[in-house]
Design a protein around this ligand. Structure first.
Ligand code: 1PX
Length: 215
């Protein structure tokens, strides 16, 4: 398999993409937000085929959003804020399950938003964990504190099994292609506040519009 970073990408660049999401009005730009997720999926694809079920779902959601971004209302999907205004004003958001409307951008982004909390917790755990910290434990704890609350039993089970295959912290940092362990820790310390900010702004936006429980 091609090692991560061979195509000129590394995790530093991926996380920097998230940093570039905020515009001058503190709105979250859709294109770099999706580009950030695509970079994470590329990284995930180097972690073994056991994670295929995860990357497939992430890719499907990215594609839904890319279709909105290239469709007739693409300007309305320029930022997360404009998406929420547009879909709410045009009654495009399904508040109940099993209705006939097509999937909304709001519910699709909500899934990625919840995954962003997992990412934040996981990276923070990697950053502050000792050299002998177990990444599978850090990953499971982060998952249980975030996404697991929204997943059915079967997904939680599959996810927990896949986490057991994660390499140790050193190999993980090696795979990130950002230099020494110390440099990886420093890079994470620089990137995490930006990810947290994106998460907090989206959380506030969704909470204000009562969108946090979209089916
Ligand atoms: C240095 C760390 C970088 C690691 C990068 C990993 C990027 C992971 C990208 C994961 C994106 C996951 C999106 C999941 C969205 C979701 O919750 N989907 C569920 C609900 O969707 P629905 O449309 O039905 O309402 C869906 O059921 C999910 C199915 C797949 C399981 C998702 C498990 C996510 C676990 C977190 C990622 C683990 C990767 C660990 C590798 C270090």
């Amino acid at each position: 398999a091609m090692a991560y970073g061979d195509d000129g990408h590394n995790l530093r660049e991926v996380l920097a993409t998230f940093k570039s999401c905020l515009d001058e009005k503190s709105e979250i730009l859709m294109d770099p937000y999706l580009a950030g997720w695509k970079g994470l999926v590329r990284f995930l694809n180097t972690m073994g085929t056991i994670f295929t079920f995860v990357s497939k779902d992430a890719v499907a959601k990215i594609q839904i959003m890319e279709e909105f971004r290239s469709g007739p209302h693409k300007e309305s999907y320029r930022t997360l804020q404009s998406m929420v205004s547009y879909e709410m004003a045009n009654n495009l958001v399904d508040m109940k399950k099993n209705t006939e409307r097509p999937v909304s951008g709001c519910r699709t982004i909500l899934r990625l938003h919840r995954a962003l909390l997992w990412l934040q917790l996981f990276l923070e755990g990697l950053r502050t964990g000792g050299t002998d910290c177990r990444t599978s434990v850090v990953c499971t704890d982060s998952y249980n504190a975030s996404l697991a609350n929204y997943h059915p039993w079967i997904i939680r089970k599959a996810t927990t099994i896949a986490f057991c295959t994660l390499p140790n912290r050193e190999a993980f940092f090696e795979n990130m292609k950002v230099g020494s362990n110390e440099e990886a820790v420093e890079m994470l310390g620089e990137a995490l506040p930006h990810i947290k900010k994106l998460y907090d702004i989206t959380q506030e936006l969704y909470s204000r519009h009562k969108l946090l429980d979209l089916p």
